[in-house]
Design a protein around this ligand. Structure first.
Ligand code: G1P
Length: 277
């Protein structure tokens, strides 16, 4: 059974400065809920209720968000404002939360390896909160967990992207074994369009075997001088099976201002307003 979900949340969020100067980018609200809460809810919906944060300096408000605020509870107890806390109370009651700090920003692979302390020797999910995903019924993490249960293989979520955008992602090449499910044969982190093996881009959802930690320990810095999870996954794909799944649903790139605005409009129209009817 997969129980843990790792959230690398140590990044600086430079694209959102000055908003992120003294506030973690993961706490930026998409309408009325911080970005990271959407990811945590997706993990919980997939049955992953041990939430592990790899944080950095200045990220305290993430911990506070997943804790009880006694003053606030006391202040609004018995008023109609209590309704606003229903969702977050549910999250706090259904999850367990732990964190460790990444001391230096040395890439996603390094962040995942830092999380070994919290994950230990068991398969685990990874959610990059910047990639905000929605699906009407089964969430993207639950889709991956389902594939892992069925196959026992490490699996990453992918989507087709335009050729001009391949350099923003890890790109895979693979053999389609079932509709939408590929066995990975190659993987490149942020290739130039001319060097991309396909237009199938990794998005920020993974279910990883704990063996990835051993591989990461021996993975040298790659693209941009950072330890890349994509490079470690390629090593894994060469010795065992790595799958890539064209997930069902919609993804918004909340690491970019445009994607964040699109996500905000989507949530406002399709979730927030509907919830108030
Ligand atoms: C990371 C990964 C990349 C993946 C992307 C998805 O890159 O390194 O392989 O395609 O997330 O969002 P980042 O966007 O953090 O630079």
């Amino acid at each position: 059974m997969i129980k843990k979900c790792l959230f690398p949340v140590a990044g600086y969020g430079t694209r959102f400065l000055p908003a992120t100067k003294s506030m973690p980018k993961e706490m930026l609200p998409v309408v009325n809920k911080p970005l990271v809460q959407y990811g945590v809810e997706e993990a919980l919906a997939a049955g992953l209720n041990e939430i592990c944060f790899v944080t950095g300096r200045g990220k305290r408000s993430i911990h506070d968000h997943f804790d009880i605020s006694y003053e606030l509870e006391h202040q609004i107890a018995g008023t109609d404002k209590e309704d606003y806390l229903i969702e977050i109370r549910k999250v706090i009651n259904s999850g367990r939360f732990a964190s460790t700090r990444q001391l230096e920003m040395k890439g996603l692979g390094h962040a995942i390896l830092t999380g070994e302390l919290l994950v230990g020797n068991q398969p685990f999910g990874v959610i990059l909160a910047d990639d905000l995903c929605f699906n009407d019924d089964i969430g993207v993490m639950a889709q991956l967990v389902d594939i892992y249960r069925r196959t026992g293989s490490t699996v990453v979520a992918i989507q087709e992207v335009e050729e001009k955008d391949v350099s923003k992602f890890g790109i895979i090449a693979g053999v389609e074994e079932e509709p939408g499910l590929y066995r990975v044969t190659d993987m490149v982190e942020k290739p130039a369009p001319s060097e991309a093996p396909s237009n199938l881009a990794i998005i920020g959802r993974y279910v990883l075997s704990p063996f990835i930690f051993e591989v990461l320990r021996h993975t040298p810095p790659g693209k941009n001088g950072e330890v890349q999870l994509t490079d470690a996954l390629l090593t894994l794909a060469r010795t065992s099976k790595v799958l890539a799944y064209k997930f069902k649903g919609q993804r918004f790139d909340c690491g970019s201002v445009g994607g964040f605005v699109d996500a905000t409009n989507h949530v406002y129209q399709n979730i927030y307003l509907k919830g108030r009817k």
